[in-house]
Design a protein around this ligand. Structure first.
Ligand code: FES
Ligand code: FES
Length: 159
């Protein structure tokens, strides 16, 4: 039976009428029109659907909305502050860290989650943390470079 569930996404509350075990990815895309989060495999293997839940990267294709209720969900649409892209978005552009771009929203959300935990990740730590995100175009080297660039920018901002 459908329940009314309140989801807090990108700082805004949305009331959704849905089955509690419906997956967050389908609610984000089909009910809230937040299509930046991508559907890749639908079974937890590719990371295209990664969002932050309370600042930790989670695969939204495997996350029931009942588990996301009451928590802060951040999608790629919620990263920029007004006109200013998040430093990792800028670093992705500068490092040319994507080709087709399909993996990029999930990669960026996972990378932001990593930088929240570890402001200075080494190459190996980045590779290890990002293992759950697949890029079929093989831009891994540039993705690692972008995360390191963003780490340096965030460090500089902290002063
Ligand atoms: S779509 Fe969720 S991990 Fe692939
Ligand atoms: S840029 Fe194409 S899948 Fe990563």
């Amino acid at each position: 039976m459908a329940d009314e569930i309140v989801l807090r996404v990108n700082g805004r509350d949305y009331s959704v009428l849905a089955e509690p075990d419906r997956m967050l990815l389908s609610v984000l895309r089909d009910e809230l029109d937040l299509t930046g989060t991508k559907y890749g495999c639908g079974e937890g293997q590719c990371g295209a659907c990664t969002v932050l839940i309370d600042d930790s990267p989670r695969k939204s294709c495997l996350t029931k909305i009942s588990a996301a209720a009451g928590k802060a969900v951040t999608t790629i649409e919620g990263l920029a502050l007004k006109e200013n892209l998040h430093p990792l978005q800028t670093a992705f552009l500068e490092a040319d860290a994507f080709q087709c771009g399909y993996c990029a929203p999930g990669m960026i959300m996972a990378g932001v989650g990593l930088l929240k935990k570890n402001s200075h990740p080494a190459r190996e730590e980045i590779a290890d943390f990002m293992q759950g995100n697949i890029c079929r175009c093989g831009t891994y080297g540039r993705i690692v470079e972008a995360i390191q660039k963003a780490a340096a920018v965030l460090e500089e901002k902290k002063g």
